[in-house]
Design a protein around this ligand. Structure first.
Ligand SMILES: [Fe+2]
Ligand SMILES: [Fe+2]
Length: 286
């Protein structure tokens, strides 16, 4: 198993400046990111969705074309995830045509790691919020069942149902729009934990830095390229590198810089948890 290096970018939000999302800065910042990737020389780049801020279907087609041209300047291969703003006015098929990229969930093995690009349904119902699609969970379960490698799951939406305290969008304005509902999140994490293989889950969507470890699996939110709610009146200008060797190192660049050095969860090892039948539960909680 060698070292794996990846470049990460998310929530580009190309389009009009809207609230704290500075879409007009997206293309120049994307060019800066292309320079970062050419210096980093990663195995591949992962872009985790919300490439545009939607306007209407015709405008959005143009915005996707423009952002695709910017993304084409990034050297090496790139994997894209679908974000809720990408499918607000456009269909998945529109996105596939314009991006020339499949948005079916898929996975790939690289340098001894299993990378999962899980495009679980993230069409946002403004009243009810997110909900997994039929077959999403089963796809993840099956994909994890057929690998023996340590695995990393990339999604747009966070999977840890972590705290949104202080989040500009998801604390109070849109509390149902930050993650899948609690019960669905629990079902997702049950699949992740029972596999015994997932060392890391990475996502965008919440536009800030967030971290949580559950059962030894790390859940890391990477901030948006063009957001300014945590850096007002400046734009965050965030993107990240991920290096996995002896440990997992994630460096977030931009105006909320952060360096994580995280232990790699061992296969089939679990935290003690009396609520989970897979974990040794010989010790009772105090
Ligand atoms: Fe976003
Ligand atoms: Fe999003």
């Amino acid at each position: 198993m060698g070292d794996l290096t990846l470049a990460i970018i998310t929530d580009i939000h190309h389009g009009p400046d809207r609230g704290t999302k500075m879409g007009s800065a997206a293309l120049p910042l994307l060019e800066r990111f292309a320079g970062f990737v050419s210096d980093l020389r990663p195995a591949c780049t992962i872009e985790m969705g919300d490439r545009i801020s939607e306007v209407d279907a015709d405008t959005d087609r143009l915005l996707v074309k423009q952002v695709a041209q910017g993304l084409a300047k990034i050297p090496g291969s790139i994997h894209h995830i679908l974000g809720n703003h990408d499918v607000s006015k456009l269909s998945i098929a529109d996105n596939e045509n314009l991006m020339q990229h499949s948005f079916a969930s898929h996975s790939l093995d690289l340098e001894g790691y299993h990378l999962i690009f899980w495009n679980a349904d993230d069409k946002l119902d403004m009243v009810k919020g997110f909900s997994l699609g039929d077959g999403d969970l089963e796809w993840l379960r099956k994909d994890l069942a057929q690998t023996d490698l340590p695995s990393i799951v990339f999604t747009h939406v966070p999977l840890d149902n972590g705290s949104m305290k202080g989040n500009f969008y998801f604390e109070k304005a849109y509390p149902l729009h930050g993650a899948y509902p609690e019960a669905q999140g629990e079902a997702i994490r049950d699949v992740i934990e029972r596999s015994g293989k997932v060392i890391l889950c990475m996502n965008g969507h919440a536009h800030w830095n967030a971290y949580q470890s559950i059962d030894g699996t790390h859940y890391v939110t990477i901030p948006s390229l063009t957001e300014m709610f945590t850096t007002f009146p400046n734009i965050n200008e965030a993107y990240a590198s991920l290096r996995i060797g002896e440990s997992i190192e994630i460096e977030v660049f931009g105006n909320t810089p952060l360096l994580y050095r995280l232990p790699k969860k061992l296969p089939n090892r679990h935290w003690l948890n009396i609520h989970k039948d897979y974990a040794p539960a010989s010790i009772k909680p105090a």
